[in-house]
Design a binder for this molecule. Structure first.
Ligand SMILES: Nc1nc2c(c(=O)[nH]1)N[C@H]1C(S)=C(S)[C@@H](COP(=O)(O)OP(=O)(O)OC[C@H]3O[C@@H](n4cnc5c(=O)[nH]c(N)nc54)[C@H](O)[C@@H]3O)O[C@H]1N2
Ligand SMILES: Nc1nc2c(c(=O)[nH]1)N[C@H]1C(S)=C(S)[C@@H](COP(=O)(O)OP(=O)(O)OC[C@H]3O[C@@H](n4cnc5c(=O)[nH]c(N)nc54)[C@H](O)[C@@H]3O)O[C@H]1N2
Ligand code: SF4
Ligand SMILES: [Mo]
Length: 657
């Protein structure tokens, strides 16, 4: 055996972006381990990626282009050559434009688990055609809009700096699962004496070790934050001279907060009044406070208000400017990768494509309601059949006989089963790229470390081949690394390196970044001041769908089955005479999902949880929790409202139909 060890990075949709070392045997991936030289991820990687070799060679891996032979969704395909598949796609593209206009083309490009360059040429190609554009509203946009509104362009705090904090606040995030290198840093802080507060409807692992766990009712973060702001003022904890100098909209914010007395807020949030007062006191007493705000709180109708109100609290308390203080959210704006996806040859009349929201995409497919219908769908780096809300509608849309679907993916996903043409994609082990990060200040090279599996091609290679068939200038669609990677590194550094975009201790907010910046606590676009809407629904239980340690979104779900049961508080189970492990049906007006019950005292009363990213094959009847999730939109950025799902759970006494 000629084993070699090579260093690369993990670009999956995870904040950590680990440096990894792979063991390769004659071009074949054998093992994945932690790699050297990364201050955040040195030492260990997650169990999912330990199993990555199995996924690279999984029986589900797409080895050649496939063309549909059976009914839509049946998963019956025959193997085809690349030329056959690409000719067919190019012909359908041309046909759809001629018959229905360019808006009828929808490139559904997401690529959140790829290297930085994989989102470029396909986007450029479809923009050149004047196709619709899919806005990435499904994740993080609500939170991002809120921090832009409150913080302008202030960069995120650096996770490494949490070790210097005296108080760590984890709000709507579950780093033990979703950001595994953060908890050890928090442990360093708490060992040095820092307090830990966790605000989450569930007793997560971090919540269990916290000094203060506030298990508020989902979607009430804005109310809780207002009540804390009001209490901070009552306790004399507002940083008044700092606010005079650095913030606008404080009076409006406090006026809106005023209606949330301790008593009213505690009832609305389902917490004790002391949860509010103790937290406010802690904010007033310690300015070296490090805030980790996650994405759990954005995924409801009040997500924008909730995030904006939470982001306002460290401003009101003046928690900036010292090492160990600051707010950590996404670090992605520091990735020095910038590829211009505009093809200069794009005719003026095609430059403004219509915008399509991911969250309501199922509805657009089945019931465009006056909008231009979709006739050609190109899915790249996404598995909407199981990751979008309103799953039954999405599946009905994907099953339309008059919709031509291309899915370019590594494995035969639930979405690929609906395709007319499936194209085999490389994994990040098979092609060179660079990895930006959304949770660290690292930028890393990913060389090609193994041989290509089957006939897989990169996204950019496929786009280039299609562009050639459509007669576009080859120079504008050059898929070489020199063009797509090296030419796009915007900070002048080489792609051939691993480097810290910012050094440890150099991202202290209002000291190193945003030194003379001003905060805006009110007049948030479309919101004004953050506001609260109570959700009225006839189904009594809230269903949250958090991340699991087995999968990254739906990746690895082909062989690593996540927990498919529904978790419920013992009191809610007793009220329904349900016992642990029994078969149940989870239902609402959208769907019925068949599963089993796990009685779990870690979830709040009135709240249930099911895993996100699970595959259809793991559910009798083929509907996953996403079938129960609404396609309503958040109050800022039109983001997803997965966590606004309301359900009832009953004993299952009949087989699914
Ligand atoms: N292992 C693993 N890691 C992942 C992923 C994965 O699928 N698996 N996905 C990646 C992606 S795409 C993302 S976006 C991130 C997400 O990372 P996180 O933000 O950590 O993700 P979630 O698990 O969605 O939610 C975090 C917590 O929010 C809580 N929560 C839900 N609703 C509310 C609410 O209204 N208020 C408050 N305060 N809390 C609430 C949930 O109970 C949960 O514990 O993780 C990334 N990392
Ligand atoms: N119920 C519920 N659902 C949710 C959420 C929730 O909170 N609750 N959260 C949502 C969140 S946070 C997110 S980010 C979305 C994610 O939703 P998706 O993006 O649909 O999730 P993934 O499962 O990561 O799908 C990525 C796909 O890209 C493929 N892929 C990887 N690399 C490449 C490549 O180089 N080229 C190509 N062509 N394909 C590649 C993978 O094999 C995988 O099938 O899901 C959302 N879904
Ligand atoms: S998924 Fe996250 S924790 Fe796991 S190896 Fe990749 S970057 Fe590291
Ligand atoms: Mo996400």
């Amino acid at each position: 055996m000629a084993l070699s060890k090579l260093n690369t990075a993990c670009p999956l949709d995870c904040p950590d972006t680990c440096s990894i070392t792979v063991t390769v045997d004659d071009g074949r991936l054998i093992a994945v381990d932690a790699g050297p030289g990364n201050p955040v991820t040195d030492g260990f990687i997650c169990q999912k990626v330990k199993h990555h070799p199995r996924r690279v060679y999984a029986p589900e891996r797409v080895m050649t282009p496939l063309i549909r032979t059976g009914a839509k969704g049946s998963g019956e395909f025959s193997e085809a050559s690349w030329d056959e598949a690409l000719d067919l796609i190019a012909a359908k593209l041309t046909e759809s434009i001629a018959a229905h206009g360019p808006s009828s083309l929808v490139p559904y490009l997401y690529n959140s688990s790829t290297g930085s360059s994989q989102g470029t040429l396909t986007d450029k190609l479809f923009r050149r055609l004047g196709a619709s554009r899919v806005d990435h509203t499904i994740c993080a946009l609500t939170n991002a809009f809120a921090h832009i509104a409150v913080y302008g362009d202030m960069s995120s705090a650096d996770p490494r700096d949490v070790v210097h904090a005296e108080h760590v606040i984890i709000w709507g995030a579950n780093p033990t699962i979703s950001n595994v290198h953060f908890p050890p840093l928090v442990t360093k802080a708490t060992k040095a004496g820092a307090k830990l507060t966790v605000i989450d409807p569930r007793a997560t692992a971090m919540a269990k070790r916290a000094d203060h766990h506030i298990a508020l009712r989902p979607g009430t973060d804005v109310v809780f934050a207002y009540a804390v702001a009001r209490e901070l003022r009552e306790q004399g904890g507002l940083a008044t001279s700092f606010l005079d100098e650095r913030a606008e909209g404080v009076t409006e914010f406090i006026a809106a907060a005023d209606e949330w007395t301790l008593e009213r807020a505690a009832i609305e949030c389902g917490v004790a009044e002391t949860d509010i007062t103790i937290f406010a006191t802690a904010l007033a007493q310690t300015s070296k406070t490090f805030w980790r705000v996650g994405w759990g709180l954005e995924r409801n109708r009040n997500g924008g208000s909730g995030c904006a109100a939470v982001f306002s609290l460290p401003v009101l308390a003046g928690h900036f400017g010292q090492l160990g203080s600051g707010v950590m959210y996404s670090t992605s704006d520091q990735t020095p990768y910038n590829y211009d996806v505009c093809d200069p040859d794009t005719p003026a009349e095609l430059r403004k494509g219509r915008h399509v929201n991911m969250n309501t995409f199922g509805k657009l497919l089945v019931d465009p309601d006056g909008e231009e219908p979709v006739h050609f769908l190109y899915v790249e780096g996404n598995n909407l059949a199981v990751t979008n809300p309103a799953q039954a509608t999405v599946l009905a849309g994907l099953g339309r006989d008059d919709l031509f679907i291309v899915v370019h993916d590594q494995v035969l996903t639930d979405s690929a089963l609906f395709a007319d043409v499936v194209l085999p994609a490389t994994t990040h082990f098979e092609a060179r790229d660079v990895a930006g990060s959304y949770g660290t200040y690292m930028f890393q090279e990913m060389p090609a470390v193994i041989d290509r599996v089957g006939e897989s091609r990169t996204n950019n290679e496929v786009a280039a081949a299609l562009a050639a068939r459509l007669g576009f200038d080859a120079d504008a669609y050059d898929p070489s690394e020199a063009a797509t990677i090296e030419g796009a590194i915007s900070d002048g550094g080489s792609a051939r390196s691993k480097r810290e975009v910012r050094k440890e201790g150099s991202t202290v907010q209002l000291r190193d970044v945003f030194p003379s910046g001003k905060f805006q606590l009110a007049s948030i676009p479309t919101l004004g001041v953050p506001r609260y809407q109570r959700l009225v629904d006839s189904y009594p239980l809230t269903m949250l769908t958090p991340a699991t340690h087995k999968t990254i979104n739906s990746m690895f779900g082909e062989f690593q089955k996540a927990d498919t049961s529904i978790h419920m508080h013992p009191t809610d189970a007793a009220a329904r005479s349900l016992t642990d492990g029994e078969a149940v049906v989870v239902s609402n007006d959208r769907a019925q999902v068949f599963t089993t019950l796990t009685i779990d005292a870690d979830v709040r009363l009135g709240v249930t949880t099911m895993a996100k990213g699970v595959w259809r094959k793991d559910f009798e009847g083929g509907l996953t929790p996403n079938a129960l999730c609404p396609d309503t939109l958040s109050d800022l950025g039109d983001g997803a409202c997965f966590n606004d799902a309301r359900v009832e759970v009953e004993r299952r006494d009949s087989a699914p139909v």
